[in-house]
Design a protein around this ligand. Structure first.
Ligand code: NAP
Length: 434
C-alpha cells in the first residue's frame, strides 16, 4: 500500500487525489487534510459567489472524496495539531496543496490605516471564510478604490456594484449581503499601474461589467492605444481590450454607480484622519520593457475603502524550505525534499485558472511514482489517527461535511444554493447534529 497525505482540500488537493487514484488504483490511500471543517478551499472561499457555474466543479471533487481510497480529514491544522515531519513519518508522500491565501502587501504609506483591506480578507468576508467573517468593511462611501487590474479586482468591483436582486442566485453570505445592501458606494475606481494592453483580466469576466443593472464601467478614450495595436495581442487579450473600447464608446447612462478604470495610475499613499479617506495616485508611463515608471504628477481619489488586489502568497510552514521573493515553497518542479512535494499555487504562485491545477496534480503524482516504491512500511492513516486521537483533535470527516452541507442548503434563503456557516464552532455543531 502507498500512503499519500495531501495538505489542503482546494482544487490542487483534489486533482492530486484524483490523479493518485487513477495512477495507483486500489494500491493507494490518500488523506486530504484541511485546517477547516469544510472542503474545497478556493472554490468555497475564493471563487466569487455569483459565479456558481465555476463552483460546480466541486461536484467532481465530491466524486473523488466519496471513493473508498480517499479520506477528508478536516479541522486539522498543520503546525498546531500535527507537523509536516510527523506527516512524513506516517506517509510515503506528503503533498502541500495549501494555495496562496495571504495578501501581497501594498507597501505604501498609510496602507495600515483602517479601511485598507487586502483582497484575501475582502473576498473571504463576502464568501464567509471563518477568518474574515467579522471584517466589517467600511461601505459608507461614496468612494472606493481597488488597486490592481486582475480578475480578483473585477470580482471585487462587481460585488460592490451588484444589486441584491443580481446577487439572488449566489451563495454570498447573509452578513455581506446585508451590509452591501446598505452600501453608500457610488464610485469604484480601479487603479492599474500600467495600461489597457497590460491588464490581467479575462474577457468573460471583464464583459460582465457591461451588464450590471446599476453600475457603468467608464474608460477614458485617451488611455487606449491606437486600435491597430490590438492586432499584436493574443486573442483573449484582444477580446478583453475590445471590452474596454466598448466601455469607452458607451454613452454615459443614468446609473447610480460608476466603475472608473484609471490606467497608468499607481497609488503612492493613503491618507486620512485615523482611517482611509483618500488615495494619492501618481500617473505613470511605460518604459521600453513595459514597466510602470512614475511621472511625479499626482492626483487624489477620495475613498473610505481601499481593496488591494495585487496577488497572493503561500503561508510558510516551519521546517519547509520557502522562496521568500516569490511567496511559495522552494521547489524544483514540485519536489521540495525527499517525500515532500507541493502543487498548485503553493508550487508555482497564484496564476492560472482552476483547471490549471489538474495537470499539476497529474505531474506531482508522476513524481511520487518515480521517486519511491510503495510498501515502505509507514503506518499511513492509522499513524495519523493515533497522533490526532492522543492530542484530542476533533476530526471532521467527509460524512460530517455532508451534514454541514445539508444544513446549509436547508437554511438557504430563496434562490440561493446555500447559506454558509461562517464560524468553525457553527460548522462543527452542524456536522454533529443528527
Ligand atoms: P493577478 O492576475 O496577478 O493581477 C494582479 C494585478 O495587481 C496586476 O494588474 C498587477 O499589475 C497588479 N499589481 C501587483 N502589484 C502591484 C502593486 N504593488 N501596485 C499596483 N498594482 C499591482 O492576480 P489576481 O487578480 O489576484 O488573480 C490571481 C489569479 O486568479 C489569476 O490567475 C486570475 O486570473 C485568477 N482568477 C480568476 C478568476 C476567474 O476566472 N473568474 C477570478 C479571480 C481570480 P502588473 O501587471 O503591473 O504587475
Amino acid at each position: 500500500m502507498r500512503y499519500v497525505a495531501v495538505v489542503g482540500s482546494g482544487p490542487a488537493g483534489y486533482y492530486t487525489a484524483e490523479a493518485a487514484q487513477k495512477a495507483f488504483g486500489d494500491a493507494v490511500r490518500v488523506d486530504i487534510i484541511d485546517r477547516l471543517p469544510v472542503p474545497y478551499g478556493l472554490i468555497r472561499f475564493g471563487v466569487a459567489p455569483d459565479h456558481q457555474s465555476i463552483k460546480a466543479v466541486s461536484k467532481r471533487y465530491e466524486q473523488v472524496a466519496l471513493s473508498d481510497n480517499v479520506r477528508f480529514v478536516g479541522n486539522v491544522e498543520i503546525g498546531r495539531d500535527v507537523s509536516v515531519a510527523e506527516l512524513q513519518s506516517c506517509y510515503d508522500a506528503v503533498v502541500l496543496a495549501t494555495g496562496a491565501p495571504v495578501d501581497n502587501r501594498l507597501d505604501i504609506p498609510g496602507s495600515d490605516l483602517p479601511g485598507v483591506i487586502g483582497s484575501a480578507a475582502f473576498v473571504g468576508w463576502y464568501n464567509g471564510h471563518p477568518d474574515w467573517a467579522t471584517l466589517d468593511p467600511p461601505l459608507a462611501g461614496p468612494g472606493a478604490v481597488i488597486v490592481g487590474n486582475g480578475n480578483v479586482a473585477l470580482d471585487v468591483a462587481r460585488i460592490l456594484s451588484k444589486t441584491p436582486a443580481e446577487l439572488a442566485g449566489s451563495d454570498i453570505c447573509a452578513h455581506a449581503l446585508e451590509q452591501l445592501d446598505r452600501s453608500g458606494i457610488v464610485r469604484v475606481t480601479l487603479l492599474g499601474r500600467r495600461g489597457p494592453h497590460q491588464i490581467a483580466m479575462t474577457p468573460k469576466e471583464l464583459g460582465e461589467l457591461g451588464h450590471l443593472s446599476r453600475a457603468q464601467p467608464l474608460v477614458e478614450d485617451a488611455d487606449l492605444p491606437e486600435p491597430g495595436a490590438d492586432a499584436l495581442l493574443e486573442p483573449g487579450m484582444r477580446k478583453s481590450v475590445q471590452h474596454l473600447r466598448d466601455f469607452a464608446a458607451t454613452p454615459i447612462a443614468a446609473k447610480p454607480i460608476s466603475i472608473c478604470f484609471d490606467f497608468f495610475a499607481k497609488p503612492v499613499a493613503i491618507e486620512g484622519d485615523g482611517r482611509a479617506e483618500r488615495v494619492v495616485v501618481e500617473r505613470t508611463r511605460l518604459d521600453d520593457e513595459l514597466r510602470s515608471i512614475g511621472t511625479g504628477e499626482t492626483y487624489v481619489v477620495p475613498a473610505g475603502l481601499v481593496v488591494s488586489c495585487i496577488g497572493y502568497q503561500t503561508p510558510a510552514i516551519e521546517g519547509v524550505p520557502y522562496e521568500h521573493g516569490r511567496g511559495r515553497f522552494a521547489n524544483l518542479d514540485g519536489r521540495i525534499l525527499p517525500g515532500l512535494y507541493c502543487v498548485g499555487w503553493a508550487r508555482r504562485g497564484p496564476t492560472g485558472t482552476i483547471g490549471t491545477n489538474r495537470p499539476d496534480g497529474q505531474a506531482v503524482v508522476e513524481l511520487i511514482a518515480a521517486d519511491g516504491a510503495a510498501g515502505s512500511g509507514k503506518p499511513g492513516r492509522a499513524g495519523l489517527d493515533a497522533l490526532l486521537a492522543a492530542r484530542g483533535v476533533e476530526v471532521v470527516t467527509f460524512r460530517d461535511w455532508q451534514n454541514i452541507e445539508a444544513a446549509e442548503i436547508a437554511r438557504a434563503r430563496a434562490g440561493s444554493p446555500r447559506e454558509k456557516f461562517v464560524s468553525i464552532p457553527e460548522m462543527i455543531a452542524a456536522a454533529r447534529a443528527t
